[in-house]
Design a protein. Structure first.
Lengths: 316, 549
C-alpha cells in the first residue's frame, strides 16, 4: 500500500512543479519587459518617461531580471518553496498576504458549491434510475447534458434576475454572510452537478443491467437495496475521478462567478491581475490552482483503493 | 392442463410434491410500435422435490425467458400473457414486486450462467452470502458469519475463514460459481434454477460444479431446473428432459426415453450435434501418413517476469504439425496452450526455442520475414462477437487481408464470393454487416477472413466454444470440408475434448506449460496413460450416459 501512496504523492508534486515551470517559462519569456510593466503600472496613468535609466537598472537588479534565465528560475523557485512569492506589482503588498486575506471567501464559495453540486447531481442520478415513470426518467436523464452546456455567466445572470430582482430572496451582490453566498455557489454548482448526474446516472443505468444485479435481485433484495447498495456503489467509482477534476477546476469557475456577483475572492483577484499584467500575482494564482487540482486528485487517488478492492490489490 | 401439441404427451402426475409447476405459460416481448413477439407459447412443466429436470434448446428457444419468468426477473419489455407459475403451490405469475422479493432467495434461487460477472466486485464474498441471509432474516446477525463459513465449507471452498473476506476477483471462475451456489442454497430453497451453470468454465471444473449441484440436490431434496443448450450435460444430470424449440415444448420424457428414442426431428438434430454423444468419431479428412512436416517446434520456452517472480507459461514443449492435418493442443486455463498459439501467430515472442515453419525459423525471424509469413499463418479467434468490426460490411471484412497484401478491388470481389461459398454462406451476405448475423454466421465470416489470403496454416483458438452445441457441429463440418478442399493445416486450441475428437488428427495434451501426452487422436482417447488426460476425458459431458443410437 505504501508504495502506492508515495507514488501518488510524487505525481501530485510533479504536477505542481510542472505547472510552476510552465507558467514561469510562458510569463517571463513573453516578449515584454517586466520592469517596463512594473513602472507602467506603478506610475499614475500611462507615462513611465520620468524614470531614470539608473532607477530602471536598480529595479532590474533588485528583481534579478539581469540574471540568466536559469538563475532567475531557480531563485524564484527557491523563494516560492519557502512560501515567499514576492510582491504584487499592482497592489504593492506581499502576494502571500493578499491570498491569505481573499482565499477564505473563495473557499467558502467553493465548499458550498461542492456541497450543492453533490446534492443536486447525486439526487438527479438516483431519482432518474429509481423512478418508474417513463416521462420522468427521460426528463431526468436528458437534463444533465442540457445543464452542462449552459455557460456559467448566463446561469448566474438568470439566477440573479429571478431570485434577487424578482423574488428578492437573496442579495444580488457582495460578500455579506451566507445569503450572499447562495446564488454564486449555485451558479458554480450547476455545471458540476450536471456532470456528476450524467456520469452517475448513466453509470447506474449500466450497472443495473450487469449480471451481478440479477443475482442480487434473485436474493430477494428490495429495489432500494439493489439501487443504493449495489448499483450506486459501483457507479460511484468513475464519478469519483470526475469529482477530483471538477474540484480542481473550481478556481477557473470562480473567475466568472465572482465577476458576475461582484464578490471579493481569488477569482476576482486573478481577473484583476491579468488585466493589470501583474505577472507575479498571476503566476502565484496559477500555481495555487495547480495545487488545488493536485490535492483534489491526490485525495481521490487515496480514497479510490478504499472503495475499489481491485485497485487496492493492484497497488500493493 | 392444456396441451398445445397432441404429439407431446404430458404424463399424468400427482402435483403434491411439485415445487415448481408452470402451466400453459406464454410470454411475449414488445418489439416497439405495438408489435409483440411471442417467445414462449403455452409451455407446461413441473419439477418435483429432489428432482433434476433439464430444459434443453438452442439460442432463441425461449429457455432463458422461462428461467427468468420463474424468478420474476423478466426484462421490462417482456410480459407473461397467459398461464400460471406455481412455486410451492402458490401462483406468482402476476405477483407484486414485494411478493416476488419474499420468494426470491428463500423459496426459489438462481445459479447463473457466467460466474465471473455475477458477483458484485466491490464486496467480499462472505458479505455477499450473508446478504441473502440478512434480507430474509433467516439467521440472526450474530450467527451469520458462522452460517456463511458453513456454506462455504459445504460447497467445497478451501480455507473458508480467509476466503470469506476475499473479493470476487481474487477467486477463480470455478470458486466463484461455488460461492454463487452457496448463495443459491443459503436459505434451503425448494427449487433452484440453474441457467447454463457451467458455460465459460473449464471441462474438469464443469464436472465438479455439476457434481456439487447434484450433491446438494440429493442432500436438501431441492428441485433443480437445469437450463442448457447441451444435450450431453442434460444426459448426465437430468431425471427428465424437456426439449424446447421456438418457445414450444417439442419433446419431453424421462432421460432414457428422450435420448434412447427421440421422436421429434429437432431432438434428433440436437442429439446428433452433441459431439460427445455420437459414437461416430469424425468426418475429418483422411491424410497421407507420410505428409511432410509444416511446423516443427523444439524446446519452446516462454517465461513472464524475472528472478523469483518468474512464471513459466510454456516450459520446453516440442511438437510437429504435418501439412494438411489438424493438431489439437488441449488443456485448461493456464496450461499454456493459448500462449503457444500466440507465439506461433507472432503476437508474443518466445523466451527460447526454435519454431521451424517450412524451413524458416520464426523465433529469430526479422520483422520483414514475419510480415511475409503472416500471409501464410492466420488466426481465427474465440469470440466472433468481438472479432469483427461492426461498421464494415462482410465483403470488406473478408477482403481486408487481401487489401493488406496488395490485391486490387476488382481482384478482391470474386475471391470474397468464393470464400462465402467455402464457408457455406449465401453470396447475398456480402453487403451485410456483422450486427445482422448470428454467432455461428459470424464465426464463418471470421474463418473466411482467415482463409482470404490462402494461408498454409490456420490457428483456431477455441473456434466454437462461444457457440451453441448445435452450431458447433456445423462450424466443425465447414472446417473439415475446407481442409479437404484446400489442404490447409490447422492448429486447434481447445479445452473441449469432444470438439477435438471431431476434427483433430493428432492431439497434444498440455498441463502447466508442458505436454504430458500426445499422439494420434484415437490412441489418446482409447489408451490415455497420463492421469490428467484421463480426467479430461472423464469430464466430457455425456460420458456418464452412454446411448445406443
Amino acid at each position: 500500500m505504501t508504495p502506492y501512496i508515495l507514488r501518488r504523492i510524487g505525481y501530485a508534486l510533479f504536477v505542481v512543479w510542472a505547472a510552476y515551470t510552465v507558467t514561469f517559462v510562458l510569463l517571463y519569456l513573453l516578449p515584454s519587459d517586466p520592469v517596463e510593466l512594473m513602472l507602467t503600472t506603478t506610475g499614475a496613468g500611462e507615462s513611465s518617461l520620468k524614470v531614470s535609466d539608473e532607477a530602471r537598472a536598480a529595479l532590474t537588479a533588485k528583481y534579478g531580471f539581469d540574471q540568466p534565465f536559469i538563475i532567475q528560475y531557480l531563485m524564484l523557485l527557491g523563494r516560492a518553496l519557502t512560501g515567499n512569492f514576492g510582491d504584487s506589482l499592482q497592489h504593492k503588498t506581499p502576494i502571500t498576504e493578499l491570498i491569505v486575506s481573499t482565499a477564505p471567501q473563495t473557499l467558502q464559495l467553493a465548499g458550498l458549491a461542492l456541497l450543492f453540486s453533490l446534492i443536486i447531481g447525486v439526487g438527479i442520478a438516483l431519482l432518474a434510475n429509481f423512478s418508474r415513470s417513463n416521462p420522468v426518467r427521460s426528463i431526468l436523464f436528458s437534463l444533465p447534458p442540457v445543464a452542462a452546456s449552459l455557460p456559467a455567466f448566463w446561469i448566474g445572470l438568470l439566477l440573479l434576475q429571478f431570485f434577487s430582482y424578482q423574488l428578492k430572496w437573496f442579495p444580488a451582490l457582495g460578500n455579506n454572510g451566507f445569503p450572499a453566498l447562495v446564488l454564486p455557489a449555485l451558479t458554480l454548482a450547476i455545471p458540476a452537478a450536471a456532470t456528476y448526474a450524467q456520469i452517475l446516472g448513466r453509470g447506474m443505468a449500466k450497472e443495473l443491467h450487469a449480471p451481478y444485479i440479477d443475482i442480487v435481485r434473485a436474493k430477494g433484495a428490495s429495489r432500494a437495496r439493489v439501487q443504493l447498495v449495489h448499483a450506486f456503489r459501483n457507479a460511484m467509482l468513475p464519478a469519483l475521478t470526475i469529482l477530483g477534476i471538477t474540484i480542481g477546476g473550481i478556481l477557473a469557475g470562480a473567475v466568472v462567478t465572482e465577476t458576475v456577483f461582484s464578490r471579493r475572492g481569488l477569482g476576482r483577484l486573478l481577473q484583476g491581475a491579468v488585466d493589470a499584467q501583474d505577472i507575479p500575482l498571476v503566476q502565484t494564482l496559477v500555481i495555487l490552482s495547480a495545487v488545488a487540482f493536485a490535492v483534489a486528485n491526490l485525495a481521490v487517488d487515496l480514497i479510490y483503493p478504499l472503495l475499489d478492492p481491485r485497485i487496492a490489490r493492484a497497488g500493493r | 392442463m392444456t396441451l398445445t401439441d397432441p404429439a407431446v404427451a404430458t404424463p399424468a402426475v400427482d402435483h403434491t410434491d411439485s415445487v415448481l409447476r408452470i402451466s400453459d405459460l406464454s410470454i411475449a416481448y414488445s418489439a416497439g410500435a405495438g408489435r409483440r413477439v411471442e417467445a414462449v407459447r403455452g409451455v407446461s412443466l413441473h419439477v418435483q422435490k429432489g428432482e433434476t429436470v433439464a430444459l434443453v434448446g438452442g439460442s432463441g428457444s425461449g429457455k432463458s425467458t422461462i428461467a427468468l419468468s420463474t424468478l420474476g426477473l423478466l426484462p421490462r419489455a417482456a410480459s407473461v400473457t397467459a398461464g400460471e407459475i406455481l412455486i410451492d403451490g402458490i401462483d406468482v405469475a402476476g405477483a407484486s414486486e414485494r411478493t416476488w422479493a419474499r420468494k426470491r432467495g428463500a423459496s426459489i434461487s438462481l445459479i447463473p450462467q457466467d460466474p465471473t460477472v455475477s458477483l458484485d466486485p466491490v464486496y467480499p464474498i462472505g458479505r455477499q452470502i450473508a446478504e441473502v441471509l440478512a434480507i430474509h432474516g433467516t439467521v440472526p446477525r450474530a450467527l451469520r458469519r458462522e452460517r456463511v463459513l458453513e456454506l462455504l465449507r459445504q460447497v467445497g471452498i478451501d480455507r473458508p475463514e480467509q476466503r470469506a473476506d476475499q473479493f470476487p476477483h481474487q477467486l477463480s471462475g470455478g470458486q466463484r460459481q461455488r460461492v454463487l451456489i452457496a448463495i443459491a442454497i443459503a436459505n434451503n430453497p425448494s427449487i433452484c434454477i440453474a441457467d447454463e451453470p457451467t458455460s465459460g468454465l473449464d471441462v474438469t471444473v464443469q464436472k465438479r460444479v455439476l457434481d456439487q449441484i447434484d450433491q446438494l440436490r440429493a442432500e436438501h431434496e431441492t428441485g433443480i431446473l437445469l437450463i442448457t443448450h447441451d444435450l450431453a450435460v442434460a444426459a448426465d444430470r437430468a431425471d427428465r428432459i424437456i426439449v424446447l424449440e421456438k418457445g414450444r415444448i417439442v419433446e419431453q420424457g424421462t432421460r432414457d426415453e428422450v435420448l434412447g428414442n427421440p421422436t421429434h426431428p429437432y431432438t434428433r438434430a440436437l442429439l446428433e450435434a452433441a459431439p460427445s454423444l455420437t459414437a461416430v468419431p469424425a468426418a475429418r479428412p483422411d491424410v497421407l501418413v507420410e505428409a511432410p512436416t509444416l511446423l516443427r517446434i523444439t524446446d519452446l520456452h516462454k517465461t513472464y517476469g524475472h528472478g523469483q517472480g518468474a512464471v513459466a507459461a510454456v516450459n520446453g514443449i516440442s511438437l510437429e504439425v504435418k501439412r494438411g492435418t489438424t493438431l489439437a493442443i488441449v488443456g485448461e486455463s493456464g496450461s499454456g496452450k493459448s500462449t503457444t498459439a500466440r507465439i506461433i501467430t507472432g503476437l508474443e515472442t518466445a523466451t527460447s526455442g526454435t519454431l521451424d515453419f517450412d524451413g524458416v525459423d520464426l523465433h529469430g525471424a526479422s520483422a520483414r520475414t514475419r510480415r511475409q509469413l503472416s500471409r501464410r499463418i492466420q488466426l481465427v479467434q474465440q469470440n466472433p462477437f468481438s472479432s469483427l468490426d461492426p461498421r464494415f460490411t462482410l465483403a470488406e471484412i473478408i477482403g481486408e487481408p487481401l487489401r493488406a497484401f496488395g490485391a486490387s478491388r476488382s481482384a478482391r470481389t470474386p475471391r470474397v464470393l468464393e470464400l462465402l461459398d467455402q464457408v457455406r454462406l449465401p453470396r447475398s451476405f456480402a453487403g451485410r454487416r456483422p450486427g445482422e448475423l448470428s454467432g455461428g454466421q459470424r464465426q464463418r465470416i471470421a474463418i473466411a477472413r482467415a482463409l482470404a489470403a490462402a494461408p498454409d496454416f490456420v490457428v483456431l483458438d477455441e473456434p466454437v466454444s462461444a457457440l451453441d452445441v448445435s452450431v458447433q457441429k456445423q462450424i466443425l463440418d465447414v472446417l473439415n470440408e475446407i481442409q479437404r478442399e484446400t489442404g490447409v493445416t490447422y492448429l486447434l486450441i481447445s479445452h473441449d475434448l469432444a470438439v477435438v475428437r471431431l476434427i483433430a488428427h493428432e492431439v497434444a495434451v498440455m498441463q502447466a506449460g508442458e505436454i504430458v501426452e500426445s499422439g494420434p487422436t484415437a490412441d489418446v482417447f482409447e489408451r490415455a496413460t497420463h492421469p490428467y488426460t484421463r480426467r479430461l476425458i472423464d469430464a466430457i459431458p455425456g460420458s456418464r450416459h452412454q446411448v445406443s443410437p
